[in-house]
Design a protein around this ligand. Structure first.
Ligand SMILES: *Cc1c(COP(=O)(O)O)cnc(C)c1O
Length: 239
């Protein structure tokens, strides 16, 4: 087995274990293999090992890489997205995890409308989005604040080419996973609170939370999408 395959097997079994430990079905947790900075060859190897869902955080990098990887991969945009890059999303990505403003949602909706009008062979007429929440109100990170969240969701929910599927968080980094757990728990409570409101055109199924160092805890707290990079691909060259 190659190192990449071995890593993938290990991450998958940790996901299964964490799900079972908390009385959840392993199938209810999807692994997003975060391939940012990794070359297309490496990503294609992981795809051949049976991992079909990938995450990228930069539009330009994804535009170059996705055609090179080819195959039957599904791609999620997980990074901060500028409005002027929204036009590149349809056709490349099925889901955007990082929507945090009405203006960005509007730009994505318009991009979808334009792509559909051009008959751009989209697999789906609807772009799935998650609302990123910045519970700790960190300046350096994107995300809607808790106070604005419900109004933002209500406003976005009327956009016809988007479907809100849930919430996403990147909690403050901490070595102490119990500190991180509190953020995961809080995101789940917010999700549940919004779910009972039964807003039209809003699904609250998904909780995108957990990365290489804390995805087990995130699964214990209800994650349905875990975004795991370095535990699969190895350390990134951040130079
Ligand atoms: C890079 C990144 C990840 C994955 O991080 P790892 O620690 O390598 O697992 C997850 N989510 C987002 C938003 C990222 O940018």
């Amino acid at each position: 087995m190659s190192q990449l395959e071995e890593n993938l097997v290990n991450v998958r079994s940790s996901i299964t274990e964490a799900a079972q430990k908390s009385g959840r079905r392993p199938d209810d947790v999807r692994l997003v293999a975060v391939s940012k900075t990794m070359g297309a060859e490496k990503v294609a190897e992981v795809l051949r090992s049976g991992q079909t869902l990938f995450g990228e955080n930069k539009v330009q990098e994804a535009r170059e890489k996705i055609p090179l990887v080819g195959g039957d991969a599904e791609w999620h945009m997980i990074g901060r997205l500028q409005k002027n890059k929204a036009k590149y999303i349809p056709g490349l990505f099925t889901t955007v995890h990082s929507v945090d403003s009405f203006e960005l949602a509007e730009a994505l909706n318009l991009a979808m409308a334009n792509a559909l009008e051009r008959g751009k062979g989209l697999k789906s007429e609807i772009l799935h989005i998650l609302i990123q929440v910045n519970i700790a109100m960190e300046e350096s990170k994107g995300g809607a604040t808790e106070t604005e969240l419900i109004n933002l969701i209500k406003k976005i929910s009327i956009l016809s080419h988007l479907k809100i599927k849930g919430l996403m968080i990147i909690p403050p980094y901490s070595e102490n996973t119990e500190e991180t757990r509190a953020y995961f728990k809080k995101l789940r409570q917010l999700r549940d609170k919004i779910a009972v409101m039964k807003l039209p055109n809003v699904d609250m199924e998904e909780l995108s939370m957990g990365m290489s160092h804390d995805f087990e805890v995130a699964i214990e707290e209800g994650a349905t999408l875990v975004r795991v990079g370095s535990a699969i691909f190895g350390e990134r060259n951040t130079a």
